[in-house]
Design a binder for this molecule. Structure first.
Ligand code: DOR
Length: 454
């Protein structure tokens, strides 16, 4: 791809001749950028520009927002840090990330949010925001804490996963949902059911394929029903993360008035029992990867509008940690760098349209998290673009991965569709797999602005 420069100034950047995914459909059109924002969309063939990116034969998507990643800093930097996590994201075509609070210390106070913002400001390859963890104890503080800059929402874990954050009982969930107004994102696995299953199903067995049995469909369904019922009680919306079962999807389809829904690329791509046979503990994540009939139900829900957001849940653990005997092996897989190629490959296989994909990873986060001028290709919006080649054939490999962990469950997978450039607020951050410069900033949210101006 050509990245050319000339000296006459009007636009800071023009993206020429791309197939641009606009809210009204795909059009072959140019985009002009001034001061990090989209200033023109149209025929700019005779316009002056400091920089031009020739997008002939390529698709220009609104920047991909991965609204669920775990980057491990502070405390667990042997797995990942903010710099390596965001480097991997930008390398994979992602322009913004929302990072989870199960770090060490947990991100559950204003001070821990400030600390992450400070750390990120020095090293960010993408734009970023952080989840504030909600607990039974901190719930009553959410009203005054939740609108600090850089917070994308509140996260609760109803079942134990990596780290110490847990909000298992109805009383604790109520303590979060009865306070504050921001979106509450929920890891819906029922700790009490899983504890019982651990005694009766897992016992002292070491077969990783039991992962989806003791962390059962019933445990997910129970937690999802409980949190939706509490949300109704407090007239509050919840965002239910990484749904894995057909039962939950049928239930959520009927409860869209209170619940939005997020899916993961892994759950749409891998399925049991094959993934456990092929990948062993590398396929171990929470909630688990399940059988094909559940995956089929996720695809139906993705295409019928039940699903609002698609994310990676990038959850890096080292290969050494993953090679421990199950269940001592940690749950989670890296995924922020493979999200775009994996999903473009699904588009090329006819599983969803490119327009629907853009709804799920750009318009969905814009709507659910109430972003300010981010998430679509529209005049006045941030000039964030993920430029992709829908025809490029490539093989995903461990050696391409920029995450500290250096592995992917998709090692050796042939895909069609590849990210060619990552452009963040008009700055070219990645082109043709070459990393250029980290320029990330905090994402801005409508409610942060509203609540800090009165
Ligand atoms: O598999 C998972 N790993 N699920 C989670 O919810 C947490 C994540 C992690 O942080 O490792």
């Amino acid at each position: 791809m050509m990245f050319s420069m000339n000296n006459k100034i009007k636009y800071d950047l023009v993206l020429k001749n791309g197939n641009v995914v606009l809210p009204e459909g795909i059009q072959k059109i140019d985009i002009g950028v001034i001061n990090e924002s989209i200033s023109d969309i149209g025929d700019l063939s005779s316009a002056d520009a400091k920089n031009t990116v020739d997008c002939s034969g390529l698709h220009v998507l609104p920047g991909v927002i991965d609204s669920q990643v775990h980057f491990r800093e502070p405390g667990l930097e042997n797995k990942e840090n903010l710099e390596s996590g965001m480097l991997a994201a930008a390398a994979g075509g992602v322009t913004a990330v929302f990072e989870m609070p199960n770090t060490d210390p947990l991100t559950i106070t204003p001070e821990t949010i400030k600390d992450k913002l400070q750390r990120a400001s020095r090293v960010a390859w993408t734009d970023y925001a952080f989840y504030l963890g909600g607990t039974g104890r901190t719930g009553p503080n959410l009203d005054k804490w939740e609108n600090a800059p850089g917070i994308c929402g509140i996260k609760i874990f109803m079942g134990a996963s990596t780290g110490e954050l847990m909000t298992a009982s109805d009383e604790e969930v109520e303590s979060v949902l009865s306070n504050g107004k921001r979106v509450v994102a929920v890891h819906a696995e029922d700790q009490y059911i899983m504890q019982e299953n651990m005694k009766t199903i897992l016992k002292d067995q070491t077969d990783v394929s039991l992962h989806s049995v003791w962390r059962s469909p019933e445990s997910c369904f129970s937690a999802t029903k409980r949190v939706v019922s509490i949300a109704k009680k407090y007239n509050r919306r919840v965002h239910v993360l990484h749904i894995t079962t057909s039962e939950e999807m049928d239930f959520l389809r009927k409860n869209k008035d209170v619940a939005s829904v997020e899916l993961l690329a892994n759950h749409l791509t891998l399925h049991a029992p094959d993934c456990y046979e092929k990948l062993g503990t590398l396929a171990q994540q929470n909630p688990p990867i399940r059988e094909k009939h559940h995956q089929d139900a996720l695809w139906v829900a993705l295409n019928d509008g039940t699903v609002d957001i698609l994310a990676s849940d990038h959850a890096p653990h080292t290969l050494e940690e993953k090679s421990r005997e199950y269940p001592k092996s940690p749950s989670g897989t890296p995924g922020v760098q493979t999200l775009v190629p994996i999903m473009l490959n699904h588009v090329n296989s006819g599983k969803l349209s490119l327009e629907r994909l853009v709804e799920l990873w750009s318009y969905g986060p814009e709507r659910i998290h109430k972003l300010v001028n981010k998430g679509r290709i529209k005049i006045g919006y941030d000039a964030d673009f993920t430029v992709v080649d829908m025809n490029k054939k490539n093989t995903i490999t461990n050696s391409q991965q920029r995450s500290k962990t250096g592995w992917t469950p998709y090692d050796g997978m042939d895909v069609i569709g590849w990210p060619i450039a990552t452009i963040i607020r008009g700055n070219v951050v990645m082109m043709d797999d070459e990393m250029i410069k980290p320029i990330g900033k905090p994402v801005i949210f409508q409610e942060t602005i509203l609540n800090n101006n009165d």
